[in-house]
Design a protein around this ligand. Sequence first.
Ligand code: IVH
Length: 667
Amino acid sequence: MGRETDIQRIIELRDQIREHNYRYYVLDDPIIDDAEYDQLMRELIDLETKYPELISPDSPTQRIGHSVVSSFTPVEHQVPLLSLSNAFNQQELVEFCRRVQRWAEEPVEYVCELKFDGLAVSLNYEQGIFVQGSTRGDGYTGEDITQNLRTIPAVPLRLRKAVDLDARGEVFMSKQAYADLNRERELNGESLFANPRNAAAGSIRQLDPKVTAGRHLDIFIYGIGVTSTQTITTHMESLSWMKQLGLKVNPYVQKCRTIEQIWSFIEKWTARRDSLPFAIDGIVVKVNRLSIQAKLGATAKSPRWAIAYKFPAEQGISQVLDIQVNVGRTGAVTPLAILTPTLIQGSTVSRASLHNEDYVKAKDIRIGDYVVVQKAGDVIPEIVRSLPERRSGREEIFSMPKTCPACNQPISRAAGEAVTRCLNQKCPAQKYERLIHFTSRGAMDIEGMGPAVIQQLLDASLVETAADIYKLRHDQLINLERFGPKSTDNLLAAIEKSKNRSLANLIFALGIRLVGEEAARELAEHFGTMEKLRNVNYEQLTKINTIGEKIARSVVDFFSDSENNRLIDELAELGVNMKQKQSEKTLKLQGLTFVVTGKLELFSRKQIENVLRNLGADVTSSVSSKTDYVIVGEKPGSKFDKAQQLGVNILNEQQFVDFLRKMGAVY
Ligand code: IVH
């Protein structure tokens, strides 16, 4: 295909991808599935790889890839990011409405919105291009977090119209992403985030955008700071205008005319806040008409035309009946408080993780204690504090057992780590948890093989490792309780089907510490086969954009264990797919022709040719007009001259390495 056609296609693809992003993130109405979307993205990456000079910062491919910073630069806000004054009850709201009414001197319409529990940011667009994003800071000066905001998929890198706009919104982490992140941190012995807000704040202020990118942040836009457009007269209009521009605007809004309507909006969301996928800490009430807002003005701290109704923090008192210890799939032994059932925010809490030994000690939580319980960030129950004044003297101080409750082997805590672990690979609790993980959705997804069936199989000594699942026979299963001919056939069919899961699923299923679904996908994409992945070294891994040092270490550790390797060999022999399917594979240099000339330093000639071919490139020996790139080493000779004559792109070795890295390819 000619350059002109390719350029046309690049433009077309970028527009299409932006449109799909808009439909997905803003309208919540996608018209293509993930696979189709991935295909468009892959095609664009391929074309941009062919023409790296055409990559622009607002291309949908350019979200991550910027370098680590050592600190954040201060940014002065053109219009300050004020905070809101609070109302804690109906009376204070009534007073707010009266005050507004008095100043407005005309009937006032309000807009009620959810108050997201994250952190305020400002997104600056110039001529429709996202040029800078910043935190609130003290309201007047924030910090430049542009590179981190670019990693949030719901932040458009380019608006649908070339306007200047300073949009204001809240960056947050969903309850699910928060729970996943803390689970991972717990396994890794890292300190936990107390709630989704802290997690979002900690994630957006990362010096390395790669880390932010892995944190699944989201955003809702709720207001305008500055804009070049003058025709908007109400807050509602500004929201729908921003939505048209492609921003993910807060959809939970309602116009209200009376205090009764405002109150019923508050009551509705007080009752429903638990069912929302993200945390809210109140309701914001704003004056709709901008002319009235202007008339009311602001104090140095907050506008007079808006108020935040804050939900009361709900806590309960419960008694610690027992402190048990659980063993996870990686052997982490965690204490768990068993509580008298207590109703908090609409659901019954009867257990709370105590995370580790130090946590129990620091909070002085004893068996038999009365404790204050709340839902951290509205999601996960936690013990706020114990109530020593209510002790009877019969309470027991908890101490970590010396041996694993499941296998009786000694458990240990490495120096400097908070987590205590059972190191026995054969520990039945770990075995059980590993199998649950292996068969779960996102992993090998074996329908019908849930925790109860796994327990049955373990009890009957039919399985030990994941490989044993693929050796199960009809006559073995049918003898199990609650198994009939039909359910046996179904389970065997589901097991058979799982052999064909993608390499990413399999990598995730192996339960490598810190390797979640996303990292697994990334590893599968990069290495293409299990064989390559298991021979990889630490340096190769850390070159991948989204793989951090800890994950890299964990992957290397996993594959240096002989038991793990034996398991993989067995799975392969039993017919489990070990390759990235061709359709999933991104051959990043597909369609490009390379010539290598001169003496190289970093690679041998054979190595560089293998690298290129593995990425789908053609390697030829002579330079012609069909050559896309010539890689030159020392003393290149006539091929170099020819390349210059023909105007072919020339890369020295270092430039070639940078080029690969820019495309997210490793080597
Ligand atoms: S409007 C000038 N609307 O609450 C008024 N704020 O103290 C600007 N927040 O840090 C705020 N949801 O980030 C507004 N729907 C919403 C909001 C919201 C959350 C945050 C905001 C600010 C704090 C107010």
